[in-house]
Design a protein around this ligand. Structure first.
Ligand code: ADP
Length: 271
């Protein structure tokens, strides 16, 4: 089997002729003696949605933090849209990247964390226009237009003038999603976006993410403990355990016919 057909078997997404937008190659990460990621190879294709599941402590968040350059790998390389993180190409040679280079690459990735981190002293609208004005250099008018569109998309336009403290956790997370989308990232990275929420607001946030997934060609990496959500939204599910991708495939295959004992045990814990 060629590499391309092998890769195509792993996802329900049509990757024909596409180049990955994110490429991890042999990425390892240790904290002291603790090797948290062990030689990860991982590709995400433009428009593809990948759910990352696995037990706590298996390295999922570290995988995401590396992409945001919040951590550096102990070994291996990561590329975003053909550009190396931590290094840039100058006259055909890779040299250590400067902050400007990292800044540009980070701009391609919109991240939504477990904790939404909205600025408490700013209105919802202001929260959404700060970065597009300061980082992208948009005029206030353009930023407001974009922000309103995104707030509308997540059902929060009516609250544009309110402050974060007056919103529920689910509503704040919807604003955090709008705030990330305003930057028009190439990839959206969600790290357990619902695990800090009250159970009654989990559904509204998952629905917003599902809508975004359905609407467009946004590439997504979703770290989640919500198995039915992963099944509904993802083209591919990666099961992480002990710092490795133990098994991956389209959700129809992975959930119905898990091949490894570890994945079977993990899935049983959700019944
Ligand atoms: P997951 O997201 O799957 O729960 P994490 O990537 O958060 O896993 O963590 C994997 C392991 O890495 C855990 O054992 C955790 O304690 C360790 N770890 C993560 N970040 C750090 C850090 N900054 N310093 C030391 N250990 C860390």
């Amino acid at each position: 089997m060629t590499e391309a057909t092998e890769a195509q078997d792993l996802t329900a997404f049509d990757i024909d002729g596409k180049e990955p937008i994110i490429k991890y190659r042999n990425v390892s990460k240790s904290f002291g003696d603790n090797e948290v990621l062990k030689g990860i190879d991982f590709d995400l294709y433009p428009g593809e949605r990948v759910a990352i599941i696995g037990p706590s402590g298996s390295g999922k968040t570290t995988l995401a933090r590396l992409l945001m350059t919040l951590e550096t790998p102990s070994e291996g390389t990561i590329e975003v849209d053909g550009r190396h993180l931590w290094h840039k190409e100058v006259n055909g040679k890779l040299v250590p990247a400067d902050e400007k280079h990292l800044h540009k690459i980070r701009g391609d990735i919109g991240m939504v964390f477990q904790h939404f981190n909205l600025f408490p002293h700013m209105s919802i609208l202001r929260n959404c226009i700060e970065a597009p004005i300061k980082v992208l250099g948009l005029s206030k008018k353009e930023a407001v237009e974009r922000a309103k569109k995104m707030l509308d998309k997540v059902g929060m336009l009516e609250k544009a003038d309110d402050y974060p403290a007056s919103l529920s956790g689910g509503q704040q997370q919807r604003v955090a999603i709008a705030r990330a989308l305003v930057m028009r990232p190439k990839v959206m990275l969600f790290d357990e976006p619902t695990s800090a929420l009250d159970p009654e607001t989990v559904g509204e946030v998952l629905n917003v993410i599902k809508d975004i997934a359905k609407q467009g060609d946004m590439s997504m990496m979703l770290i989640t403990h919500e198995m039915s959500f992963a099944r509904d939204v993802a083209d591919r599910v990666c099961f992480f355990d002990e710092g490795r991708i133990q098994e991956q495939g389209p959700p129809s295959k992975l959930f119905a016919h898990p091949e490894t004992e570890r994945l079977r045990d993990f899935l049983k814990s959700f019944h």
